[in-house]
Design a protein around this ligand. Structure first.
Ligand code: FUB
Length: 322
């Protein structure tokens, strides 16, 4: 595969989390719908109600839609908005991690279980205790432990928390204060709970100083993803209101991570969200844009494009509009 390819034609799908399970490529996207809710900074127009799972045998092969894997009406605690999910496997079971607003309109992260990668998934009765905000990414470390990375500001509500505690009235820090951090937490052996308190994943500049809240071109906004390349940990994320996918490198799953650069320049649409996966020896960036919907920011389409590294392990910047 040499150029970008849209993967799903008859639905709007976004936020693709991609994994190779049992030698097949599985895509876990958000399922965008037209609900008529006006666009706002809270993201109310992203009013998704179910998840589908897709699979492919090869990167340029046909894409199979396995249908509805989880529906909001079957999640006892959920109120609205099934946003970006991710999947993981352990001991022959598959786990789907997803954010949803609870009945009081607070984002929590839930988990649902299946015997197969494509589901259907059975949700737990309650969100993961101690979870908050959005965009879970679950990564298996080289020791076999699973780590969740999560968080998103503005509509994702991360600014309402400090030290894992909800504030009475949350706001982003002042421009010259350290930026809000994504969170990292080890999962318990049963994959259904946190094994510890979530910690800040600190992104620093080349001098070792944490990025500042006013550094909108580089600071974290949402869309965590973690992958390993040549023994180093690559944390990538969206800068949100500056619409870039950036990355930072660390030497362990908790960091700190040193900012490196831009992976994907702005796409057509407001949000940008991705995953980075090795498939049969080649690396790919899965992401979304709004070209097929004519620029409607809440109706996004998933695509895949090759990703390349330089000899020193830097990721070559991809043009989001190419
Ligand atoms: O799909 C809803 C939200 O938009 C995701 O959770 C964010 O990452 C952004 O892509």
């Amino acid at each position: 595969m040499k150029k970008a390819r849209y993967l799903v034609e008859n639905h709007f799908m976004a936020d693709p989390a991609v994994h190779v399970f049992q030698d097949k490529i599985y895509i876990y996207p958000s399922h965008d719908v037209e609900s008529g809710i006006p666009e706002n900074d809270n993201g109310d127009h992203f009013d998704m109600r179910d998840y589908h799972v897709f699979s492919m045998d090869a990167i340029d092969g046909p894409v199979t839609d396995h249908g509805v894997a989880l529906d909001i009406k079957n999640i006892p605690w959920a109120g609205r908005q099934l946003w970006d999910s991710d999947a993981a496997t352990k001991n022959g079971k598959y786990y789907l991690y997803f954010p949803a607003k609870d009945k009081t309109d607070i984002f929590r992260i839930g988990v649902a279980t299946s015997d197969t990668p494509e589901g259907p998934f059975t949700p737990e009765d309650h969100p993961i205790p101690g979870s908050y905000s959005i965009d879970p990414c679950v990564f298996e470390g080289i020791d076999g432990s699973h780590y969740m990375y999560f968080g998103g500001i503005w509509g994702g509500q991360l600014q309402r928390y400090r030290n894992n505690k909800a504030l009475e009235c949350g706001a982003e820090p002042e421009d010259n204060a350290p930026a809000l951090c994504p969170k990292v937490v080890k999962l318990a052996d049963n994959m259904l709970h946190f094994a510890e308190e979530p910690a800040d994943l600190v992104i620093v500049d080349e001098q070792g100083n944490p990025l500042q809240a006013g550094d909108h071109q580089r600071r974290f906004f949402e869309a965590s993803w973690m992958h390993c390349y040549q023994g180093r940990y690559y944390f990538s994320y969206s800068t949100g209101n500056t619409h870039q996918i950036c990355y930072a490198i660390g030497d362990n799953p908790y960091g700190p991570f040193t900012y490196q650069g831009v992976i994907l320049t702005p796409v057509v649409g407001w949000t940008t969200h991705h995953s980075i996966v090795e498939v049969q020896g080649n690396w790919y960036l899965f992401h979304h844009d709004c070209v097929p919907s004519g620029g409607k920011t809440w109706l996004r389409s998933v695509k895949v494009v090759p990703l390349t590294y330089t000899t020193n392990g830097a990721i070559k910047t991809i043009d989001g509009k190419a």
